[in-house]
Design a protein. Sequence first.
Length: 453
Amino acid sequence: MKRFIQTLKNIYKIDELRRRIGYTLGLILIYRFGSYVTIPGVDPQQLMALKNQSSSGLLGLLNMFSGGAFSNASIFALGIMPYISASIVIQLLGMAIPYFQKLQKEGESGRKKINQLTRYLTVVITALQAPGYIANLISQLPSQAITPFDPNVTSPSVFFWITSVVVLVSGTMFVMWLGEKITDKGLGNGISLIIMVGIMARLPFAIFSEFLARMEQKGGGLVLFIVELVVLVMVVLLCILLVQGTRKIPVQYAKRVVGNKQYGGVRQYIPLKVNAAGVMPIIFAQAIMFLPLTIAGFASSESLQGFAAAFTNINGFWYNFTYALMIIVFTYFYTAITVNPNQMAEDMKKNNGFIPGVKPGKKTADFIDSVMSKITFPGSLFLALVAIMPALVRMAGVSSQFAQFYGGTSLLILVGVVLDTLQQIESHLLMRHYEGLTKSGRIKGRSAAGAGF
């Protein structure tokens, strides 16, 4: 406790760090305030049906990522997820289309162009999602909950549709702008912080509702609630292991003498991540597992409807088995795309480096590929376990709202963003010769250990 208080004092002594933290907290406060501002024309007192709809399932996940803005019919209802979707699409295009591959290699100018294209695509995706959200809003709420702008019209007017779409698109772009400003002038990755804040905003309500449920006559009592918290802590530790776990490969650099100076002759280590794919395998698997919902909507035969029903039951065996299997496959796939052993071996050879006992060139690339395959397997199993953990605890009796925090994308994002932010604070402290947050002074976040979200 004494060390923690001293660390807070050290943080306050650094003007730049103090300003960055204050700036970040200020923009996050604006985001949280906006999540309670409803779309013009919607009565905030009659949103109970929408809140019930978004309490579980896919809509519950979207509501958690938006910090409750989805169920509040807020101007930030679609949150930052359209931007995340656009970023994933651009990233996938960078793997397949030469134009985007060229932009990725152009340095700062290419990065700016990619960011610009991502923003344009975000507008398109949000404009496509907004009418669907409004249609669902109209279907869920009573007729008196939406006040037409024209008093002579008894149902939502065309003007209401147009203004609502504009408001939702503008809200998402404003949230994206907040995230970019936090990244530039604040502390940490702004987009990730906004997602994390949205997730954490639901955590106190979920814990309190679970506590009340356990305190009921047949709820299991305080002991069962404590057991649930212990399991949650264990899952958090597993996620930290996934984010920070690495296998170090020693690299020896040969001695070179240029003029009167000697270069090389030192040994360094290449950290290979246990989970180099981050949360991307879960995101890809979730996207594909949503397809049975579409099949269920268009299926006419009983066999197809039965197939769709089996794969839309998020607590069922076949859904979770297929989900976990796809995560393992996508983990290998995404790791193979992001980690290039041939390029690593070539860079090592150019710098007169070699792995002791392994010949430079193709042998080095094969060795790195073999190590990556071995450490990716347990990483993929752990990732699959974390992904299906919410279903496992739901079957054990945990409420759907609280079960969302036991794994999946949400918990990995929370752990990764917290570690990244703490690492940046640690760097500021160590640069100014203050004690860090840990005795070792080496907090490893996603940026330090490998891929991030």
